[in-house]
Design a binder for this molecule. Sequence first.
Ligand code: GLY
Length: 286
Amino acid sequence: MNARKPEPAVIATWKFGKAAAEAAGEVLRAGGRALDAVEAGINVVELDPKVTSVGYGGRPNAEGIVELDAAIMDGPSHNAGAVAALRNIRRPISVARKVMEQTPHVMLADDGALRFAVLQGFPEEELLTPQSRLHWEEWRLKAGTTHDTIGLVALDADGNLAAGCSTSGLAYKLPGRVGDSPIIGSGLYVDNDVGGAAATGVGEEIMKFCAGFLVVEFMRSGCAPDEACRRTIARILAKTPANKDITMALIALSRDGQFGAASTRPEFPHAVWTPAGVQMRGSAES
Ligand code: GLY
């Protein structure tokens, strides 16, 4: 049980996280739950075809098919839901929430995830936009490597936390490849007594270190969220120094509303929301 009610707060990855944080913040401003805020915020990015690493308009796999990963975790119940390699559904975070709330399972993958989504009433739609099809056709000439996940952590006025991730994963990946984002403890983690965290970047590396869980555990041992994120990156680089050359980034929000972030890159734009408004941090444009 939380002793006092903190100010609601949201943190979200990347520049596109600003719109997500604003949408999540509106849910919290209206007195909504952190879980609803996470879903609403992430839906904004999933549905935006200009974002080429998440949801509709995301980069496809090597065969030209968009395969999406997403997960959501609820602090008060410590429950979670996830989908992996989900095709033809624009809002995978909402399907992940249905997995959490409507099944005894945590993760559904591939065709099973699609059939479940359809049964839950999600329309089947083409996810490849003309633009992403064009890029896929050019891929053999110039490979892209986008895997900028929308990760979002929210804290509501009741002091409850939730976190979510959604991504189309590594561009032009092998069909069936699943990254860190739908894996609880890797792409995201929440402990309602401590805080929440989410990851973005090369999932193959993030998942080997259970990065989301590690950030929360560092917070549990007394680190502020910024320090917890930095220590997690340092732990990864100590074991695998070559990872300094790839993108990995983390966001965190403590149960008392402190924000934190760290990255292997000098710049990591991310958005933070409080009832006073939304701000970009971590980049030249901050
Ligand atoms: N972090 C997203 C991915 O690697 O799929």
